[in-house]
Design a protein around this ligand. Structure first.
Ligand SMILES: *Cc1c(COP(=O)(O)O)cnc(C)c1O
Length: 496
């Protein structure tokens, strides 16, 4: 098989290898790296159904990351999917209330970002060696909560890397903040800024584009890289669990070989559902990809009208990781439905940045047949969470509850009873307050850790280590700075 190369969705800059795409993160023209073609599954689903999660990961990732050797990939996978996960299955598939919840939250930070961020550091260090990059890699990240902690946990003590995370000092939840400022690892740095998430994000972007700073870093043996969700090194590991989930259903005899299933994904940046689409294109028998949004329903509107329009009010919901108005990874789908026409993609993205809106053609809309869109308001989300708990005792987090509601509505509307897999993206323990308030109003106002204890009683599931640890953990990161000081802080951490 010849190697797969990656090019920009906006066409400029030529082709690069998988390892180069991982190191660069974003293409030079601002586009996203996409593979030349989507590879086919290397074996039958029946054969896949006999594999462990790690073996599945190796078989799937080899098809995409063709300039990595089997030994290199195996080492990355073994380093990532080990006992940092609290179950050997890595992603258990739980049946409840007539659907199958694919639990993607058994990693160190109890949210699905761990699925990719636990392996990205290994892929990056391997990619650096492969491309004779002698510099130490400095990961710069701005976070509104979840990504920061998952990236910190992934990169902590990984040789050849440092990670610096900026978060809005007063803009993250108390548990999220505690998770970050107690992070161990000599190569980790966490900084609160006097500003909001956009300020943090803009500050980080400015540093990525700062040629002067780049030179200074290079002279001291450093280079920046990004752990952002548009990195192909985050997307590819996410394809794995959809292949694995289908294999598990087959192995359990829930479905016959070749039988189609549907998948519903609670969506923000469009990374997770795009991975499911790639799994389908590889040959996994997936029928519809149901894209579930919360009240920030830009994607729902896109699938229903063909117009993407971010000119609207930004709504804070109980599913904050889906509070997004620009779904970056959607660009990869737009490129695909434009018939891999980079010129058309670039024109639409230019419209988006200039006017906040673009509309796709009729021909492109026809290519969206594999997708369905739905959304859940705050009331529907809480009611779904409570109803599933009342009927089955299974406790969803609010993001998963959005998907659960949308998946159910899809089945009712279409009268389609194919088996449904719902991506369960966070542990209910990560959003204890919203979860407990949805289950019973009497928990209003109770303190966070007390709520975790009550949730444990209700669900019969022990409080996860990720929550237990931060009850008593020591604060290790106390740096706070002004927006204007971000660059100086980075330089002082690096001693330059
Ligand atoms: C990031 C996140 C999502 C959204 O995933 P995308 O890949 O950005 O669409 C959904 N749920 C949770 C809990 C998340 O952390």
């Amino acid at each position: 098989m010849c190697g797969l190369l990656y090019g920009s969705t906006r066409g400029a800059g030529g082709k690069v290898t998988a390892s180069q795409a991982i190191l660069k993160g974003l293409a030079d023209d601002g586009g996203l790296f996409v593979p030349d073609r989507i590879p086919a599954l290397p074996m039958s689903m029946k054969e896949f159904s006999a594999l462990s999660y790690q073996e599945t990961a190796l078989a799937v990732m080899r098809q995409f990351l063709t300039d990595f050797t089997e030994e290199e990939l195996r080492a990355c996978i073994d380093g990532a999917y080990d006992d940092k996960f609290d179950t050997e299955e890595i992603v258990p598939l739980k049946e409840a209330d007539g659907v199958y919840y694919l639990e993607l939250f058994h990693g160190p930070t109890i949210a699905f970002k761990d699925m990719a961020l636990s392996i990205l550091p290994y892929l990056m260090v391997t990619a650096a060696k492969k491309n004779q990059v002698g510099n130490e890699i400095v990961i710069l990240t701005a976070t509104s909560g979840d990504t920061g902690k998952a990236a910190l946990a992934g990169f902590a003590d990984v040789p050849g890397t440092k990670i610096i995370v900026f978060y809005p000092k007063d803009g993250v939840s108390p548990i999220q903040k505690k998770q970050m400022v107690t992070q161990k690892g000599a190569n980790t740095f966490v900084v609160g800024i006097h500003g909001n998430f956009d300020d943090a994000q803009n500050g980080v972007k400015a540093m990525f584009g700062d040629e002067e700073l780049k030179k200074e870093l290079g002279a001291s043996g450093y280079q920046f890289s990004s752990a952002n969700s548009i990195n192909i090194g985050r997307l590819v590991p996410q394809v794995v669990y959809y292949v694995y989930a289908y294999g598990q259903l087959l192995k359990r005899g829930v479905i016959a070989d070749g039988e189609e299933i549907h998948v519903t994904v609670p969506t923000g940046n469009f990374g997770n559902i795009l991975a499911a689409y790639y799994a389908k294109l590889m040959g996994v028998p997936i029928g519809k990809l149901v894209c579930a949004s919360n009240e920030n329903k830009v994607l729902f509107d896109f699938f229903h009208t063909g117009a993407y329009d971010r000119n609207r009010e930004f709504i804070l919901t109980s599913s904050p990781s889906m509070d997004i108005l620009i779904s970056s990874n959607l660009e990869r789908l737009v490129y695909k439905i434009a018939g891999n026409d980079a010129g058309q993609d670039a024109a639409l993205m230019r419209k988006l940045s200039e006017t906040g809106r673009y509309e796709i053609t009729e021909a492109m809309r026809k290519e969206l047949m594999d997708f369905a869109g739905g959304f859940a308001g705050e009331k529907e989300t809480a009611a779904e969470l409570r109803a599933v708990y009342d009927r089955t005792g299974y406790v969803l987090d609010p993001h998963t509850a959005v998907a659960s509601y949308v998946g159910r509505a899809f089945r009712e509307k279409t009268k389609d009873d194919k088996k449904m897999v719902i991506a369960a993206t966070a542990s209910p323990y990560k959003f204890t307050r919203s979860v407990m308030e949805a289950i019973d109003g009497k928990y209003d106002g109770m303190e966070d850790f007390a709520l975790a204890d009550r949730l444990s009683e209700l669900s019969g599931i022990p409080v996860p280590a990720a929550v237990e640890e931060i009850r008593t953990a020591t604060v290790l990161h106390k740096t706070v700075c002004e927006i204007s000081e971000m660059k100086a802080v980075v330089k002082s951490f690096l001693g330059i």
